[in-house]
Design a protein around this ligand. Sequence first.
Ligand SMILES: Nc1ncnc2c1ncn2[C@@H]1O[C@H](COP(=O)(O)OP(=O)(O)OP(=O)(O)O)[C@@H](O)[C@H]1O
Ligand SMILES: [Mg+2]
Length: 379
Amino acid sequence: MSNDADKAKSKILIVDDEEFNRKLLKGILASTGHDVFEAVDGMKALELAKENPPDIILLDIMMPGMDGFSVCRKLKDSDKTNDIPILMITSLNEVDDYVRAVDSGADDFITKPVNATAILARIKGFLRNKQLSDKVKHINRFKNDLTRMIVHDLRGPMTGIMGYLDLSMNSDSISSKVREYLQNALSSAHDVSGLIDNLLGIEKLESGTLTLNPEPVHIPSLIQHNIDVQNANIIQSSLKVELQGPRDLICRCDQNLMNRVIQNMLVNAIKFSPENSVIKIEWESNSREFNYSVTNHGESIDPEYQAVIFNKFAQLDDRPALSRGGVGLGLAFCKMAVDAHGGSMELVSPATGFEDGVQFIAKLPLKKESAASSRASIT
Ligand SMILES: Nc1ncnc2c1ncn2[C@@H]1O[C@H](COP(=O)(O)OP(=O)(O)OP(=O)(O)O)[C@@H](O)[C@H]1O
Ligand SMILES: [Mg+2]
């Protein structure tokens, strides 16, 4: 059965130190109409594959200098070339070669003496799969770009909605009932805005396109700002927030990222706290690191979940968060943002100093010079 993929022109790289073997394979492949190019040794093969990745590689094992196994391993270790199918050329009955070839990442074998029909059939199958996987990759890339664009474009209107809700709430001419509705709408808008920021932040951190912008950040102000934003939710659940830490603490970090870490940890604590309970926010720094922790009452998190809780979309079933929205990106964002600073996120459950609940801790290392100024006072 032929399809469009079969007809498309592909690039095939033959790697063999023996001219006779290269000519033989080239002759067999001539009828396919594909572009065939050659490398006489492993180094040249790596160079060519990196410069202009082929769709399939036929790789000899026995070559002077770098042998086929090493070339294969290097190709499979590189992001740029690891999806290229590699067919290793082995001698018949060399079982050891098969095992080593598989261990070094080869996708299949061609046995010497080569059989033209078998080679062509095998190459056809691999090229068809490669073209399909390239298509899937292309579609995924397109989908990711589109999602990023849509999420990014939602940010502007959300800022507008929050601004107008804020203005309306401060109007004298509305009843207390309407003010309460507006407050709820504003709180939901903040949730959506937080989700947008988490999605965009994670995408940037994952793709490596985010540049850290470390600057001296007055931590207590950042914490207070987030408490103010969440005030309606705190009141709604009759929660008490206790603060403990030096009022003059300045930490050198990326303000935007740290703000989002503080926000996510606080929002979670509010979401998962039972009504009329206490949330404790603590911060401190020593000569080596800055610690920020949020502790809340509620259910503890089973040890089996502790390893996955910082993964994307990880949510523990049967928790009230599911009814309060959220998709399980908050802690993943926190971990990536803190990791980007060279720090770590920790979960303590049951919470330290509480008989139940959880404590999340963000730990950021302090550089020697910034540690000295980390307690400088703010005027
Ligand atoms: N303070 C907490 N107390 C108890 N469970 C928590 C707490 N924080 C997080 N969890 C558990 O970890 C899960 C993952 O948290 P995460 O912040 O990543 O996602 P989310 O809050 O459900 O959604 P999102 O943050 O995307 O709005 C939560 O769904 C919940 O099951
Ligand atoms: Mg969350």
